[in-house]
Design a binder for this molecule. Structure first.
Ligand SMILES: [Zn+2]
Ligand SMILES: [Zn+2]
Length: 239
């Protein structure tokens, strides 16, 4: 016998209510954060650079996005990330999601991300891949979990193996310079079946935009494989 998803969710909400992803306060099942954590979160939105989404009072393109070879068409993040000295609620929530196995947060992360996606031509949703070794250590790819939920809400297919990571790279968090980060991920990705992305606009999903080096490296690889456009959406972004 099959039950409609909403009925299963209703029962799950009764048995196991949702908690704030950052502080564990009880929250309604659709909310990612409690009211207090939400107040302490800097959410991103217009006015912003139409290319990379960095806040801009003028709403005009930033210097980096006027470069003709920029491989990313549009990048957006839901919130600002402050993860080192004073972890923001969103930084705490992402750390729980990644390192403490809170996989069930994926649905609510995807729900906040959907508000930052605007691309009617998107044909495929794909996550930034983890190297197989890291995937084994962590047990799951947090970006793939979010991508799957987001694809469902956008009614688009998710392509988990469209890009693969061929080289393991150290974590980007804490790497000193933009140049170091870019060198660190250059050539670390490959598209095994270019026909799967050729001529299509794709949406790349990741958890944190640090310098943008990872997203740019994946986007470059997708564009080389013939993707028509690459948009990026992340939960949070370092400003
Ligand atoms: Zn909270
Ligand atoms: Zn920009």
């Amino acid at each position: 016998m099959r039950y409609p998803g909403s009925a299963i969710r209703l029962v799950a909400d009764l048995l196991c209510p949702e908690r704030c992803a950052a502080c564990d306060a009880l929250v309604p099942p659709t909310e990612l954060l409690c009211a207090l954590c939400l107040t302490a979160t800097r959410r991103l939105g217009p006015p912003e650079c139409p290319g990379c989404g960095v806040p801009r009072t003028s709403g005009s393109r930033c210097g980096a996005c006027t470069l003709p070879e920029a491989p990313i068409r549009r990048a957006r993040a839901w919130a600002a990330y402050d993860g080192v000295a004073h972890p923001s609620p969103i930084a705490r929530a992402i750390a729980r999601f990644k390192y403490h196995g809170a996989r069930r947060l994926g649905r609510r992360f995807a729900a906040v991300l959907a508000s930052r996606v605007s691309a009617p031509d998107i044909a495929l949703v794909l996550p930034v891949p983890l190297h197989p070794r890291r995937l084994r250590d962590r047990g799951f790819n947090q970006s793939a979990v979010v991508a799957r939920h987001l694809a469902r809400s956008l009614d688009r297919p998710v392509a988990l193996g469209a890009v693969v990571r061929t080289r393991d790279t150290p974590s980007q968090v804490g790497r000193a310079t933009v140049a170091t980060r870019a060198a660190n991920v250059a050539g670390a990705f490959t598209v095994p079946r270019p026909a799967a992305v050729r001529g299509r606009s794709v949406l790349l999903v990741d958890d944190v935009w640090t310098s943008g080096a990872t997203a740019r490296a994946v986007a470059l690889c997708l564009r080389d494989a013939g993707a028509a456009a690459v948009d990026v959406v992340t939960i949070a972004r370092v400003l």
